[in-house]
Design a protein around this ligand. Sequence first.
Ligand code: COA
Length: 166
Amino acid sequence: MSTAEKESIVTIRLAELADIPEVFQMVKELMDYVKLPLNLMIDQETFQKNYSEKAFNCFVAQTPNGSLVGYSAYCQTYSTYEGSMFHLIDLYVRPQQRGSGIGKQLFITTMKKGYELGCKVALFFVLQWNPAVNFYKKLGAINVSEKDNFHIFELESDNFNKLCFE
Ligand SMILES: CC(C)(COP(=O)(O)OP(=O)(O)OC[C@H]1O[C@@H](n2cnc3c(N)ncnc32)[C@H](O)[C@@H]1OP(=O)(O)O)[C@@H](O)C(=O)NCCC(=O)NCCS
């Protein structure tokens, strides 16, 4: 089957609340892939609650038999320099379905949503060793860490708490 044929049999649609347990399972697969500890800081219940509160949104890739084979997660953020920004939180295609154009389809559909929301720039984080770097570059993204010597800082949970309450 050609890539175009495989692509056309996958539907990309917004995730419904009922899809969220399966999306959460794929989040865990992604965390495993990027070698993050599997004891996530949130549980499925919180994830589902946050989704229903629209803290973030998701697209899913679904095969005709109903299986979910990938997802993207996104939200809006803001830059005082660039205005409304679109944050692609996650992009994931299950291993057996990779290389058939599904990631590209998910990425483009998600970016179109960002554009529709009025965002002019899209932002996402990728670990240096991850071959997905080349996927994003192929789709026109540039590595601002290399270009602007940019560093991402995080106040991790313990220090966040300490700073606020000690
Ligand atoms: C990154 C990922 C989403 C790509 O999905 P995919 O369905 O395999 O990608 P596609 O088949 O749509 O590929 C689209 C294009 O990118 C290219 N591409 C895909 N992965 C690539 C890679 N690792 N290196 C170079 N090019 C790549 C494809 O050759 C294709 O090129 P073409 O349009 O010229 O044919 C998928 O590999 C994945 O889920 N990886 C694990 C999770 C991850 O790293 N997510 C991103 C970080 S959050």
